[in-house]
Design a protein around this ligand. Structure first.
Ligand code: ADP
Ligand code: ZN
Ligand code: ZN
Length: 747
């Protein structure tokens, strides 16, 4: 009898299916199968690439045989599989698709070309990997023909070096391929194609620096983090401190501790393009291999980096969202910088949240997890307050500079003015003393809402307390949670005046008006339109750094990461689009945004000044941000969340049904909601079912979308309901169901 362990395998396929599959391994592949490798399997009438999860007992069932094994070594470890399984279960996403998303796309490109007969197709083949050719002189036994001219020079050079690349030879001798070919034919030189890792930061040579002597707050924080790291047990921390309070220095020194123990570290950042300074600080501090994963890498480059990590050639990985799956072994620490950033959440397909998975991965690996931010998520703050995270605070900026004074300017009744008089005067004064100004404006294309210019009243849903959004197609103001809808009122329901208008002002308009108003000023704009293309940010930032810009007008982009050391005046033209976004997190987001912007003012020797124009000067998110009062804001916000039943006091899941036929999609959404309600009564589940309603993005890429929001005081009830739905409910052909667990945006 043969060993049944190696006979039957469990395979996950990257298709929208909720189960895994069993296959038989024919004798010729028996040596090659091992968990973590890819296998080619028959699936219906097709052959697909699947992931070998493990072995299964032989239950005597008739099983199909695999067609081949693709990899020579596993692509994932049992611990990584544990993370994938966790994520698949939690986010209700097919395991095969989770694994596919976790592995670099370069692998999957290869698998299309790979064949069963080429089991090591992973490492070779005509992929986009860059190889370069290196040449070496050979010790020649016996009499050899003597090359002449350029050939002789090349040979002499090669004999004096260990090896030279084709590029180096080309640089020294110009075109020399014929000579090299001849030298090879003569047996005087050998060549070898070698893979090179394309490292986007490789060109930069850095001077190494040393750890800084820490201030008291940093030292206390480091002590706690290091103690946890030394204990090599899962321990989560919230490192709370404004920009410039020394968080990064704490990460660096904590990671040094972890590396000294022979472990590795993962650093997640919201977007690497916005944080080149951070990467450079790691390069200066550490001599170990550092892999940088970001969205600008080609599939081939990403795959190179992934393999460097897999081979243990990088002990630190810095990356955006998807780096949470980086194949680091002996993981000792995970840092999530700017933990509140919504870019950690994947917005479509496998909708995971890398910040949340960092805690899960930390738990699996027994690693220390540090969440750093000046403005935690409300749920994070609550977790720290209730002891699930250990709070570490860095109360002030390292340079001792106080935060700038902040003034809220009441914009009610000031029709048509881009800048209110106090802000206009401040800009003029700043220009006069040749200091730099940042004007911020938050604009989101579709987020137009009705507001009263007399009293600031905003139309809200009576059931949901969220802003109504204007939908041109239906000519109605609609609640995105419950589908409450009204036609545009002709007078303000708040004060009875007739000055109700759709609000929304773009950066472009602001730029034009500023040019009119301050014709002598050098004005630049930073938003999605002006920074597209490589180096777009860098160009604008360089001009600001070189003081070639007097007034920088920008969107959210300017709030993040950048250092603007010369900016002493920050003017916030409007926060209404952040405040009135139809989402229970609008207060949180506004607080975070405004706090970040305040942190942009007054670096250097001038504390600076911040002026905020708003129709809502009494809004708690603004008053607390202006006062730098975190306790006040989070206290108020948590009270609201508790009352309205939102996270952290409830768990949410959003279901989206999409289809190309509007009526059929809507009818199906109604049918799904009815199914959910019947399941709810059957399970006696405490789950609120809201909708279906059209989300703000009611039509996306040609598909009509309907949203059903589920809200539950306990996660288990919500999860059970979703699980059952996944199992029993299948949309008709042409209509798709997407599930977003813990949605950050209800779009
Ligand atoms: P954060 O990550 O909170 O923005 P950083 O670690 O980047 O803070 O620190 C802000 C600045 O202060 C950086 O230029 C950093 O090099 C410097 N810095 C940090 N800690 C110290 C320290 N203990 N002594 C001197 N300078 C420090
Ligand atoms: Zn509503
Ligand atoms: Zn009014």
């Amino acid at each position: 009898m043969k060993d049944s362990r190696s006979d039957i395998i469990e395979v996950a396929v990257p298709l929208p299916l909720d189960t895994t599959f069993h296959y038989r391994v024919p004798p010729e592949f028996r040596d090659g199968v091992a968990p973590g490798r890819r296998v080619l399997v028959p699936f219906g009438r097709r052959t697909v690439t699947g992931y070998l999860l493990g072995f299964a007992p032989d239950e005597g069932r008739e099983l199909r045989a695999i067609h081949g094994v693709l990899d020579e070594s596993p692509l994932f470890t049992p611990r990584e599989l544990e993370l994938y399984r966790w994520a698949a279960s939690y986010y209700l996403h097919p395991l095969g698709e989770v694994i596919k998303a976790a592995l670099p796309a370069g692998i999957n490109l290869q698998s299309r070309r790979g064949t069963a007969g080429n089991p090591d197709g992973e490492l070779t083949g005509g992929r986009s990997i860059r190889t370069e050719t290196v040449y070496r002189a050979l010790a020649h036994a016996g009499p050899a023909p003597i090359p002449r001219g350029k050939g002789a020079e090349i040979l002499a050079r090669l004999r004096g070096a260990r090896e030279l690349t084709a590029a180096e030879l080309r640089q020294a001798f110009g075109a020399c391929a014929p000579q090299l070919r001849r030298l090879r034919e003569l047996g005087l030189v050998e060549s070898e194609a070698r893979e090179v890792y394309r490292d986007p930061f490789r060109e930069e040579t850095v001077e190494h620096d040393s750890p800084l002597p820490l201030n008291a707050g940093q030292a206390a924080a480091l002590e706690q983090i290091a103690a946890a790291a030394d204990a090599a047990r899962f321990a989560p921390f919230l490192l709370l401190g404004v920009t410039g309070s020394g968080k990064t220095e704490v990460y660096l020194q904590a990671i040094a501790r972890v590396l000294a123990r022979g472990q590795t570290a993962l650093v997640l950042v919201p977007e690497i393009a916005l944080t080149p300074q951070l990467v450079n600080r790691f390069r200066r501090r550490f001599r170990c291999g550092i892999a940088v994963l970001h969205s600008g890498l080609s599939d081939g480059e990403r795959y190179d980096e992934w393999r460097r990590i897999r081979r243990g050639e990088a002990s630190i990985v810095i990356g955006a969202r998807s780096a949470i799956f980086a194949p680091l072994e002996r993981l000792g620490m995970i840092v999530v910088d700017e933990e509140h950033e919504s870019s950690y959440k994947q917005g479509e397909g496998f909708r995971y949240n890398a910040r949340d998975l960092a805690l899960v991965r930390g738990k699996i690996a027994g690693a220390t997890v540090v969440l750093g931010t000046a403005t935690p998520q409300v749920t994070t703050w609550h977790a720290a307050a209730t002891g699930r995270l250990t709070l570490l605070s860095l109360p002030e900026r390292v340079n001792g500079m106080p935060l700038p004074p902040v003034e809220l300017l009441d914009a009610r009744g000031q029709r048509g003015e881009t800048l209110l008089p106090p802000l206009a005067a401040a800009v003029a004064a700043n220009l006069a003393r040749e200091a730099q100004t940042l004007l911020f404006l938050n604009r989101r294309g579709f987020a137009t809402w009705l507001t009263c210019e007399e009293c600031g009243h905003v139309l809200r849903c009576p059931n949901c307390t969220v802003t109504l959004t204007f939908h041109q197609r239906r000519n109605r103001h609609i609640c995105h949670y419950c589908d409450f809808a009204i036609p545009a009122p002709s007078v303000c329901p708040g004060c009875g005046s007739g000055q109700v208008t759709l609000l929304g002002l773009g950066t472009e308009q602001v730029e034009a008006r500023m040019r009119e108003r301050f014709p002598e000023a050098r004005i630049d704009r930073m938003d999605r339109d002006t920074t597209s293309g490589k180096g777009g940010h860098a160009r604008i930032l360089r001009k600001v750094a070189e003081r070639k810009t007097d007034i920088l007008i920008g969107t959210q982009m300017v709030a993040k990461g950048h250092d603007f050391p010369g900016i002493t005046l920050v003017g916030i033209l409007s926060v209404e689009s952040a405040l009135n976004i139809p989402d229970y997190r609008s207060g949180e987001r506004t607080f975070q945004l405004v706090t970040q912007l305040i942190g942009r003012a007054g670096r250097g020797d001038d504390p600076g000044r911040v002026l905020i124009q708003t129709l809502n000067p009494e809004h708690y998110a603004l008053t607390h941000a202006a006062a730098g009062d975190l306790e006040g804001f989070y206290g108020t916000e948590l009270a609201f969340r508790r009352e309205a039943g939102y996270p952290p006091f409830a768990y949410l899941a959003a279901l989206y049904l999409t289809g190309t036929a509007p009526a059929a999609t809507e009818a199906e959404a109604e049918r799904l909601a009815a199914y959910l309600r019947s399941q709810r009564s059957e399970q006696a589940a405490r789950v609120e079912i809201l909708g279906p309603a059209p989300p703000p993005l009611a039509k996306l890429r040609g598909r009509f979308r309907w949203q059903i929001l589920l809200k539950a005081p306990h996660r288990s009830a919500l999860h059970r309901l979703l699980l059952r739905t996944r199992k029993e409910y299948a949309p008709p052909s042409g209509i798709r169901l997407q599930v977003d667990v813990d949605p950050l945006e209800l779009m």
